[in-house]
Design a protein around this ligand. Structure first.
Ligand code: GLU
Length: 425
């Protein structure tokens, strides 16, 4: 994004913030005693883009407990550990059409999806279930730290205790699921609920949650680290799109058209494909349990910017291609010399591990084009040679061994890579 476009965008965020900050409709959630104490006037908006730009306004340093915004990450952790097939034996992928804490289950007596309470409790039962309680929570916390930064996550013990003390409904839900026999064998309900309440009591600010949304937008990569595979990110984004906003999800998908997750503490984090993430926080909720100002903010935003996913539906494929500095990965791979890669791309701070719709990174394209000098430059800059494309190809197989040997020879005999590779065939 050009600097001018970015500053116009930030200006628009500012304007919408100013025009929505006086809305005082709605009520702070009160069914968890500690949530009742929230200051209803807090309001912040944070933006985190794929090219690493950030913009924050309002109380963006204020840490709140994330409540249901923890659910997408708990589901991803379960998926990462067990794979989709196993997890789907326990949690469905359909919108529920019921309240988030409803006692209704699908035809197989399973939770409809991982974003309602029953589904999130089930997801927690699947996370490192054989480990000690402290290690299980550590695993969730460490994942959040990887996403948003070591010092940007806290735990709210008072919310945790308060939720645990009043957890009549969630305990009932877990008992019904136990009665239905859908938990994995040997599940300890009490420990499972404990982990679920702990995940809901994790605290951070809108800066951090916007970064989490950007990670999901970027196929699981943030700060050049792969936290989750792009495949499972795609799964949770689908579910967020259809079920992330409580009983407003259908209307949200229609009007706003973006995957999002809302929590009863007043946060909404939203993923904007090919752009990044935006998070709002304001504790007053509407009758559906979504932040009033948050919903209004996004409703206004999509009037200014065509961010609705289906706004792009009619445009040609060209505009859908994933780009690095506005050039497609394929074009960079085929047209740029290794010198250009060194002087422009690597210095621009862009993520050189971005992948296109086929999961192909620059390294994949360069190998196909036999541009080994460029491959060399990327590997020297720690490009991830383990990334698999849609067909499961990575350079982490024999090709990569070739490259490593070539690098050794290169240093030893200073021979040109091209001449080396031409001998190989
Ligand atoms: N911990 C809350 C509960 O179980 C989460 C609710 C939410 O944010 O939707 O009720």
């Amino acid at each position: 994004m050009k600097d001018e476009e970015w500053s116009n965008f930030c200006h628009t965020i500012d304007q919408i913030y100013q025009s929505t900050k006086f809305i005082d409709d709605g009520h702070v959630a009160d069914y968890i005693p500690q949530l009742k104490k929230a200051n209803p006037n807090l309001y912040s908006i944070s933006v985190y883009t794929l090219d690493g730009r950030e913009y924050h306004i309002g109380d963006s340093e204020y840490n709140f407990c994330i409540q249901s915004c923890s659910k997408p990450i708990s589901y991803l952790l379960a998926l990462e550990e067990h794979g989709l097939e196993y997890v789907s034996n326990h949690i469905g992928k359909e919108p529920s059409g019921c309240k988030f804490n409803s006692f209704r289950f699908n035809d197989e007596n399973k939770p409809f999806n991982p974003l309602i309470n029953a589904g999130a409790i089930m997801a927690c039962s699947l996370i490192k279930s054989k480990e000690r309680d402290d290690l299980r929570f550590d695993h969730i916390m460490n994942t959040w730290k990887q996403i948003v930064g070591e010092n940007n996550v806290e735990f709210d013990n008072t919310v945790y205790l308060s939720e645990k003390l009043t957890a009549y409904r969630n305990t009932a839900l877990a008992n019904i699921m136990m009665e239905n026999g859908i938990f994995p064998e040997d599940t300890d309900i009490e420990k499972t609920l404990q982990l679920y309440f702990q995940a809901c009591s994790i605290k951070m600010n809108t800066k951090a949650l916007a970064k989490c949304a950007a990670m999901l937008c970027n196929g699981g990569i943030i700060d050049s680290k792969k936290v989750f595979s792009s495949e499972i990110c795609k799964y949770i984004l689908c579910i967020m799109y259809q079920s992330g906003m409580y009983d407003y999800s259908g209307r949200w998908g229609f009007d706003i058209g973006l995957p999002a997750k809302s929590g009863v503490s007043g946060a909404i984090f939203t993923v904007i494909p090919n752009f990044g993430g935006i998070c709002t926080f304001s504790p007053r909720l509407d009758k559906n349990g979504n932040s009033v100002r948050g919903v209004r903010f996004f409703t206004e935003l999509v009037k200014y910017y065509k961010m609705h996913m289906f706004d792009q539906f009619s445009s040609n494929m060209e505009s859908k291609k994933i780009s690095i500095n506005n050039e497609t990965i394929y074009d960079i791979g085929t047209n740029k010399s290794y010198k250009e890669l060194e002087t422009h791309l690597l210095k621009s701070g862009e993520d050189i591990n971005k992948t296109d719709y086929d999961g192909r990174s620059l390294l994949h394209v360069l190998m196909d084009e036999k541009k080994y000098d460029s491959v060399f430059v990327l590997l020297k800059n720690n490009a991830n040679y383990k990334l698999k494309d849609r067909w499961g190809n990575s350079l982490d197989n024999k090709q990569c061994i070739k490259i490593k040997i070539v690098l050794l020879y290169y240093f030893k005999y200073k021979m040109t890579l091209k001449s080396y590779f031409s001998r190989w065939k």
